[in-house]
Design a protein around this ligand. Structure first.
Ligand code: CAA
Length: 246
């Protein structure tokens, strides 16, 4: 497979780490952003110890200026971004009638506005070079809704609306745009759901278990090779059978 430059946002998190490792193992040059310097440097060292060299660029994806700075720094270190994985995301779960404005805004800014902030600085280069991959990490809860996640589900559904529009605009230019919608994966984000609530959710998953970050990284890598160039605007569910849309 041709080695590419890949930028994975939120790479230091559960799913992000698995995506970074998988793309690096496939020979791509991989970078991620970070906000906390100490945490990121420790993570980078852990990756090195495991045999993966992942570049770092400081910045918050929810800020247009910082997102542009992340792209600039990655391009300085590795070259033009050819694969963008919009993975960074947060939760601020609460029922909507109790939701404070900042709980709505933080989730929309980090999970959805980030997709504009990160993709806008890379899309023109991809168009000029006639090759690109833009992959959104959305969620099963953007597809089916979730009690306590009006903010998160709105952002995740919005990410796929972005995918299917950007896919149409760029299909003739060798750029594919796709979404992966993970179900409940064994990450810190899911483990933060109260145990009793989580157990009820796991009971609804046909496979009878949480997914692993590697199972999402596999789904992401599916969209990257040239053999996948006919696949654009797709929403790939990777959820253990918990939600089967078609
Ligand atoms: N459907 C219907 N009713 C529900 C319900 C559901 N799914 N979940 C809770 N309720 C009901 C409860 O039974 C309870 O009813 P009673 O008051 O009559 O007993 C009422 O709602 C309040 O429930 P809680 O005690 O749970 O309320 P809370 O305010 O303490 O917490 C909550 C609400 C924050 C939404 C909590 O239920 C919760 O954390 N739920 C899980 C949300 C979730 O799945 N988040 C996913 C995080 S991981 C992620 O986002 C990754 C990904 O992409 C999958």
């Amino acid at each position: 497979m041709t080695a590419r430059v890949a930028l994975v946002t939120g790479g230091t998190g559960g799913i992000g780490t698995a995506i970074c490792k998988r793309l690096a193992a496939q020979g791509h040059k991989v970078a991620t952003n970070y906000r906390n310097e100490d945490k990121a440097r420790a993570w980078q060292q852990q990756m090195r110890d495991a045999g993966f060299d992942i570049a770092l660029a400081k910045g918050d994806v929810s800020s247009p200026a910082e997102a542009a700075g992340i792209v600039g720094e990655v391009e300085r270190q590795l070259g033009p971004v050819e694969i963008l994985v919009n993975n960074a995301g947060i939760t601020r779960d609460t029922t909507f009638h109790k939701m404070r404005p900042e709980q709505w805004m933080e989730v929309i800014n980090t999970n959805l506005n980030s997709v504009y902030n990160m993709t806008r600085p890379v899309i023109e280069g991809m168009r000029e070079r006639r090759w690109g991959r833009v992959i959104q990490i959305a969620s099963i809860n953007g597809q089916k809704g979730q009690y306590g996640q009006a903010n998160y589900a709105a952002a995740k559904a919005g990410m796929h609306g972005f995918t299917i529009s950007l896919a149409q605009e760029n299909a003739r230019l060798g750029i594919t745009v796709n979404t992966v919608s993970p179900g409940y994966i064994g990450t810190d984000m899911v483990m933060a759901v109260p145990e009793e609530v989580r157990n009820k959710i796991v009971a609804q998953i046909p496979t009878g278990r949480l997914g692993s970050p590697d199972e999402i990284a596999y789904a992401v890598s599916f969209f990257i090779p040239d053999e996948a160039s006919w696949i654009t605007g797709a929403n790939l569910s990777a959820n253990g059978g918990q939600y089967m849309g078609w």
